[in-house]
Design a protein around this ligand. Structure first.
Ligand code: PMP
Length: 426
């Protein structure tokens, strides 16, 4: 796929050496890919919604439930000890994955959505006031819009938007006008799920910090495809979802700068997050537990850690190189289909592993239905990015998204399916 390592935060010299990448071997490790759908071999092109899971992750989940299942932290018995060790070990893996110095800066959440809500509530409600401004972009997933709308409505703050150009890229020339001494937060996606646009987060963070605004990154599609280094990017918070990167659903993480997390009030109250509970008030546990009320998603975190191990073992530079080749081929092939319009950046350097398109007058839902009959799974709709659709004056697109287990054959099956669509609607 096509994210430049420098754009995502770790320069090419810092990346580990690429290992030999064998797509057939990788594909064999994902059991769900080996089935027929509607009588045809499944081609899964919906990884931006959720990725498939390799056997190594499924085994880690099974192992946990079969051998180590116990609640974490509180128990003084062998299973609880093992479970805690695996759970906290996974936190360290995720911290390492995004270049965080300290696992205590990684808070487990249900996913990116909860991570962003956590920042909006726990940091926002204490620090954002009437007349303050929050800068977002038109490119955002609803998860990185609605929490800030709720915050703005509660505090009297105002939302301002970075607009898009005709290739779905942020118009950064407007940034100096948008960033003022009133800006408290700049909340921006690393990579757009709707168009695949890769945003220059590091440059945005530098500009935002000049006006002392915090930078919150929606990394749901960022940490998936390349090495991410939060320190190198210079951001303040980074949110991610395990299920987009080969991990189980229901577990994600928020990374935050320690000084900010220390100063923040808890997000939710309950067990695990307290130090001492009195009748009228309580004191809080140390980081990261202060933000993790109740029994966490233990298996989810362990599975997320196993996914990090799996991807690290293959090597993100090798995965990136494979995805870039695939995207080059896919974009070329899809653009050549009659009546197709592709939305998103022209340059591969700015385009992640997502192709969003329309085909003549065919409704994207019809495109997806016809492809499904051919065993090809894509997504159709607004992709939780209604502002993007509005920008292009459309209601929906069809979206094919690629990951490490996809091959050129998958692209060919997609193109064959699109010619069937063209035959019906042409
Ligand atoms: N942001 C982006 C860019 C996404 O692609 C997604 C998932 N589609 C989210 C946020 C929300 O992630 P989750 O549903 O895992 O919380």
């Amino acid at each position: 796929m096509a994210i430049s390592t420098s754009t995502l935060g770790r320069d090419a010299q810092g990346a580990s050496m690429a290992k030999a990448f064998d797509p057939a071997r990788i594909r064999a490790q994902f059991p769900a890919l080996h089935q027929e759908v509607n009588g045809k071999p499944l081609i899964y092109l919906d990884s931006a919604a959720t990725s498939q899971k390799p056997q190594a992750v499924l085994d880690a989940l099974d192992h946990y439930y079969e051998h180590d299942n116990a609640n974490v932290h509180r128990g003084i018995h062998e299973l609880s000890r093992r479970s805690t060790e695996a759970f906290e070990g996974a936190r360290g893996k995720v911290a390492g994955w995004i270049g965080a110095d300290d696992p205590a800066e990684v808070i487990w959440t249900r996913g990116t959505t909860e991570a962003l809500n956590l920042v909006a509530s726990a940091w926002g409600l204490d620090n954002v006031h009437e007349g303050d401004e929050i800068v977002l972009s038109v490119l955002e997933h609803h998860s990185n819009i609605v929490p800030w709308q709720l915050l703005a409505q509660r505090t009297g703050a105002r939302l301002r938007y970075i607009e898009l150009d005709d290739q779905g890229r942020l118009i950064l020339d407007d940034l100096p006008k948008l960033l003022t001494e009133r800006t408290k937060i700049v909340a921006i996606s690393h990579v757009s799920n709707a168009l695949g646009t890769v945003n220059p987060v590091k440059d945005i963070a530098t500009a935002a910090h000049e006006v002392d605004a915090l930078v919150v990154v929606d990394g749901a599609q960022g940490a998936v495809h390349a090495d991410v280094d939060v320190r190198e990017l210079g951001v303040d918070f980074y949110a991610l979802s395990g299920h987009k990167m080969c991990g189980p659903t229901g577990c994600g993480a928020l990374w935050g700068r320690r000084d900010l997390l220390e100063a923040m009030s808890p997000y939710q109250g309950g067990g695990e997050m307290i130090h001492v509970v009195g009748r009228d008030e309580s004191t809080w546990a140390e980081l990261p537990h202060k933000f993790e009320a109740g029994t966490p998603n233990i298996a989810g975190a362990i599975g997320f850690g196993a996914a990090v191990d799996y991807l690290s073992d293959i090597g993100m530079d090798a995965i990136q190189a494979h995805e870039r080749q695939l995207m080059e081929y896919a974009l070329e092939q899809i653009r050549a289909v009659d009546a197709v319009r592709v939305y998103g950046p022209d340059s591969l350097d700015e385009h992640s592993a997502v192709v969003s398109f329309t085909l003549g007058d065919a409704h994207p839902h019809d495109i997806s239905t016809i492809l499904d009959a051919e065993g090809v799974a894509i997504r159709a709709g607004h992709h939780c990015a209604q502002l993007v659709m509005k920008h292009f004056g459309i209601a929906a697109t069809a979206r094919a998204s690629f990951y490490l287990y996809n091959t050129k054959d998958d692209v060919d099956r997609l193109i064959a399916g699109l010619s069937t669509v063209g035959g019906i609607f042409g």
